[in-house]
Design a protein around this ligand. Structure first.
Ligand code: GRF
Length: 210
Protein backbone atom coordinates (compact mmCIF):
# COMPACT_ATOMS: atom_id res chain seq x y z
CA UNK A 1 0.00 0.00 0.00
CA UNK A 2 1.33 3.43 -0.95
CA UNK A 3 2.23 5.61 2.03
CA UNK A 4 1.12 9.21 1.68
CA UNK A 5 2.12 12.34 3.59
CA UNK A 6 0.01 15.47 3.22
CA UNK A 7 1.69 18.85 3.71
CA UNK A 8 -0.57 21.70 4.83
CA UNK A 9 -0.48 25.25 6.15
CA UNK A 10 -4.10 26.17 6.74
CA UNK A 11 -7.70 25.06 6.61
CA UNK A 12 -7.11 21.64 5.09
CA UNK A 13 -10.36 21.18 3.18
CA UNK A 14 -8.41 19.24 0.54
CA UNK A 15 -6.90 17.10 3.28
CA UNK A 16 -10.45 16.40 4.47
CA UNK A 17 -11.50 15.38 0.96
CA UNK A 18 -8.54 12.99 0.83
CA UNK A 19 -9.40 11.53 4.24
CA UNK A 20 -13.05 11.09 3.24
CA UNK A 21 -12.15 9.42 -0.05
CA UNK A 22 -11.05 6.11 1.53
CA UNK A 23 -8.04 5.93 -0.72
CA UNK A 24 -6.36 2.64 -1.48
CA UNK A 25 -3.16 4.27 -0.17
CA UNK A 26 -2.66 5.18 3.48
CA UNK A 27 -2.22 8.74 4.77
CA UNK A 28 0.55 8.02 7.25
CA UNK A 29 1.11 11.56 8.42
CA UNK A 30 0.30 15.24 8.05
CA UNK A 31 2.96 17.93 8.33
CA UNK A 32 2.17 21.59 8.88
CA UNK A 33 4.56 24.53 8.94
CA UNK A 34 2.02 26.35 11.13
CA UNK A 35 1.08 25.17 14.61
CA UNK A 36 -2.42 26.69 14.41
CA UNK A 37 -3.43 25.16 11.06
CA UNK A 38 -6.98 23.80 11.27
CA UNK A 39 -5.81 20.95 9.05
CA UNK A 40 -3.99 19.52 12.09
CA UNK A 41 -7.30 19.07 13.90
CA UNK A 42 -8.79 17.34 10.87
CA UNK A 43 -5.85 14.93 10.83
CA UNK A 44 -6.04 14.27 14.58
CA UNK A 45 -9.81 13.65 14.32
CA UNK A 46 -9.05 11.02 11.69
CA UNK A 47 -6.35 9.43 13.91
CA UNK A 48 -3.58 10.45 11.54
CA UNK A 49 -0.28 11.39 13.14
CA UNK A 50 0.75 15.01 12.77
CA UNK A 51 3.99 16.91 12.93
CA UNK A 52 4.51 20.66 13.13
CA UNK A 53 7.73 21.82 11.50
CA UNK A 54 7.71 25.59 11.77
CA UNK A 55 9.70 27.28 9.05
CA UNK A 56 10.42 30.16 11.42
CA UNK A 57 12.46 27.81 13.61
CA UNK A 58 15.00 27.27 10.81
CA UNK A 59 17.53 29.88 9.71
CA UNK A 60 17.47 28.80 6.06
CA UNK A 61 15.03 27.24 3.61
CA UNK A 62 17.48 24.37 3.09
CA UNK A 63 17.51 23.49 6.81
CA UNK A 64 13.71 23.62 6.99
CA UNK A 65 13.47 21.38 3.94
CA UNK A 66 16.01 18.98 5.48
CA UNK A 67 13.75 18.64 8.52
CA UNK A 68 10.78 17.95 6.24
CA UNK A 69 12.81 15.38 4.33
CA UNK A 70 13.89 13.65 7.52
CA UNK A 71 10.29 13.29 8.74
CA UNK A 72 9.07 12.01 5.37
CA UNK A 73 11.90 9.49 5.27
CA UNK A 74 11.14 8.38 8.84
CA UNK A 75 7.54 7.72 7.83
CA UNK A 76 8.79 5.86 4.70
CA UNK A 77 6.58 8.02 2.51
CA UNK A 78 6.05 7.09 -1.15
CA UNK A 79 3.93 10.08 -2.19
CA UNK A 80 3.98 13.66 -0.92
CA UNK A 81 0.71 15.54 -1.43
CA UNK A 82 0.87 19.31 -1.08
CA UNK A 83 -2.55 20.60 0.00
CA UNK A 84 -2.41 24.32 0.64
CA UNK A 85 1.22 24.15 1.78
CA UNK A 86 2.34 27.76 1.57
CA UNK A 87 6.12 27.36 1.39
CA UNK A 88 8.35 27.37 -1.64
CA UNK A 89 10.50 24.23 -1.53
CA UNK A 90 14.22 24.22 -2.32
CA UNK A 91 15.45 22.71 -5.56
CA UNK A 92 17.28 19.98 -3.67
CA UNK A 93 14.14 18.91 -1.82
CA UNK A 94 12.07 18.91 -5.01
CA UNK A 95 14.68 16.82 -6.82
CA UNK A 96 14.74 14.32 -3.94
CA UNK A 97 10.99 13.82 -4.39
CA UNK A 98 10.98 13.94 -8.19
CA UNK A 99 7.95 12.07 -9.51
CA UNK A 100 6.70 11.49 -5.97
CA UNK A 101 5.23 14.88 -5.07
CA UNK A 102 2.05 16.49 -6.36
CA UNK A 103 0.30 19.80 -5.80
CA UNK A 104 -3.09 21.32 -6.52
CA UNK A 105 -3.19 24.85 -7.86
CA UNK A 106 -6.33 27.00 -8.22
CA UNK A 107 -6.07 27.78 -11.94
CA UNK A 108 -6.00 26.06 -15.29
CA UNK A 109 -2.22 25.87 -15.56
CA UNK A 110 -0.18 27.05 -17.38
CA UNK A 111 -2.50 30.05 -16.88
CA UNK A 112 -2.10 32.04 -13.67
CA UNK A 113 0.83 30.58 -11.83
CA UNK A 114 1.32 32.07 -8.37
CA UNK A 115 -1.17 33.94 -6.21
CA UNK A 116 -4.56 35.69 -6.58
CA UNK A 117 -5.68 33.45 -9.41
CA UNK A 118 -9.42 34.14 -9.04
CA UNK A 119 -9.01 37.91 -9.25
CA UNK A 120 -6.71 37.55 -12.24
CA UNK A 121 -9.26 35.36 -14.06
CA UNK A 122 -11.93 38.03 -13.48
CA UNK A 123 -9.59 40.82 -14.60
CA UNK A 124 -8.93 38.99 -17.86
CA UNK A 125 -12.58 38.11 -18.44
CA UNK A 126 -11.93 34.40 -18.97
CA UNK A 127 -14.88 32.15 -19.75
CA UNK A 128 -13.42 29.13 -17.95
CA UNK A 129 -11.50 28.69 -14.72
CA UNK A 130 -10.60 25.77 -12.51
CA UNK A 131 -7.77 23.91 -10.84
CA UNK A 132 -4.87 21.68 -11.78
CA UNK A 133 -3.17 18.71 -10.14
CA UNK A 134 0.45 18.58 -11.22
CA UNK A 135 3.73 16.95 -10.31
CA UNK A 136 6.09 19.34 -8.55
CA UNK A 137 9.26 20.46 -10.30
CA UNK A 138 11.71 23.16 -9.17
CA UNK A 139 9.95 25.84 -11.24
CA UNK A 140 6.85 27.10 -9.38
CA UNK A 141 3.52 25.69 -10.65
CA UNK A 142 5.18 24.41 -13.81
CA UNK A 143 5.46 20.62 -13.43
CA UNK A 144 3.57 18.18 -15.64
CA UNK A 145 -0.19 18.44 -15.13
CA UNK A 146 -2.24 15.29 -14.81
CA UNK A 147 -5.79 16.36 -14.02
CA UNK A 148 -7.78 19.57 -14.27
CA UNK A 149 -11.21 20.54 -12.99
CA UNK A 150 -12.92 23.10 -15.21
CA UNK A 151 -15.83 25.41 -14.36
CA UNK A 152 -17.52 28.12 -16.41
CA UNK A 153 -16.87 31.50 -14.80
CA UNK A 154 -20.41 32.81 -15.37
CA UNK A 155 -21.82 36.21 -14.51
CA UNK A 156 -21.64 38.30 -11.36
CA UNK A 157 -18.71 36.41 -9.85
CA UNK A 158 -16.39 37.72 -7.17
CA UNK A 159 -12.97 36.30 -6.24
CA UNK A 160 -14.68 34.78 -3.19
CA UNK A 161 -17.47 33.09 -5.13
CA UNK A 162 -14.98 31.73 -7.63
CA UNK A 163 -12.72 30.49 -4.84
CA UNK A 164 -15.66 28.65 -3.32
CA UNK A 165 -16.59 26.98 -6.61
CA UNK A 166 -12.99 26.08 -7.43
CA UNK A 167 -12.59 24.56 -3.97
CA UNK A 168 -15.60 22.31 -4.58
CA UNK A 169 -14.08 20.93 -7.74
CA UNK A 170 -10.66 20.57 -6.07
CA UNK A 171 -12.30 18.25 -3.57
CA UNK A 172 -13.41 16.02 -6.45
CA UNK A 173 -10.28 15.91 -8.55
CA UNK A 174 -7.55 15.76 -5.90
CA UNK A 175 -8.75 12.49 -4.33
CA UNK A 176 -9.27 11.11 -7.83
CA UNK A 177 -5.71 11.96 -8.90
CA UNK A 178 -4.23 10.52 -5.70
CA UNK A 179 -6.28 7.35 -6.08
CA UNK A 180 -5.05 6.90 -9.66
CA UNK A 181 -1.48 7.07 -8.36
CA UNK A 182 -2.23 4.72 -5.46
CA UNK A 183 -3.80 2.03 -7.63
CA UNK A 184 -1.30 2.35 -10.45
CA UNK A 185 -3.72 3.78 -13.03
CA UNK A 186 -1.39 6.75 -13.37
CA UNK A 187 2.39 6.59 -13.31
CA UNK A 188 5.21 9.11 -13.50
CA UNK A 189 8.15 7.72 -15.44
CA UNK A 190 11.78 8.61 -14.69
CA UNK A 191 11.94 10.89 -17.76
CA UNK A 192 8.99 12.96 -16.50
CA UNK A 193 6.45 11.37 -18.85
CA UNK A 194 3.06 10.69 -17.26
CA UNK A 195 1.31 7.51 -18.30
CA UNK A 196 -2.44 6.99 -17.76
CA UNK A 197 -3.70 3.42 -18.21
CA UNK A 198 -0.50 2.72 -20.15
CA UNK A 199 -1.01 5.65 -22.52
CA UNK A 200 1.38 8.64 -22.47
CA UNK A 201 -0.46 11.73 -21.27
CA UNK A 202 0.71 14.83 -23.05
CA UNK A 203 -1.92 17.13 -21.61
CA UNK A 204 -4.00 16.83 -18.46
CA UNK A 205 -7.23 14.90 -18.30
CA UNK A 206 -10.07 17.39 -17.79
CA UNK A 207 -13.10 16.98 -15.61
CA UNK A 208 -15.71 19.61 -16.48
CA UNK A 209 -18.29 20.68 -13.95
CA UNK A 210 -20.62 22.53 -16.28
C1 GRF B 1 -6.50 25.42 -2.38
O1 GRF B 1 -7.21 26.42 -3.03
C2 GRF B 1 -5.40 24.92 -3.27
O2 GRF B 1 -5.67 25.05 -4.62
C3 GRF B 1 -4.23 25.80 -2.91
O3 GRF B 1 -4.39 26.05 -1.53
C4 GRF B 1 -5.75 25.94 -1.17
C5 GRF B 1 -5.82 25.01 0.01
O4 GRF B 1 -7.08 24.98 0.62
N1 GRF B 1 -3.00 25.16 -3.25
P1 GRF B 1 -7.36 23.97 1.80
O5 GRF B 1 -6.36 24.27 2.92
O6 GRF B 1 -7.18 22.58 1.29
O7 GRF B 1 -8.76 24.25 2.24
Amino acid sequence: MIKIAVLVSGNGSNLQALIDANLSGEIVGVISNKADAYALKRAADANIQTKVIEHKAYPTRELFDAALHQQLTEWEVDLVVLAGFMRILSEKFVRNWHGKMINIHPSLLPLYKGMHTHQRVLNTGDVYHGCTVHYVTPELDAGPALLQGVIPVGHHQTPESLAHRVHSIEHKIYPQAVEWICNGTLKHLENGQIVYKGIPLNKPIQFCDL
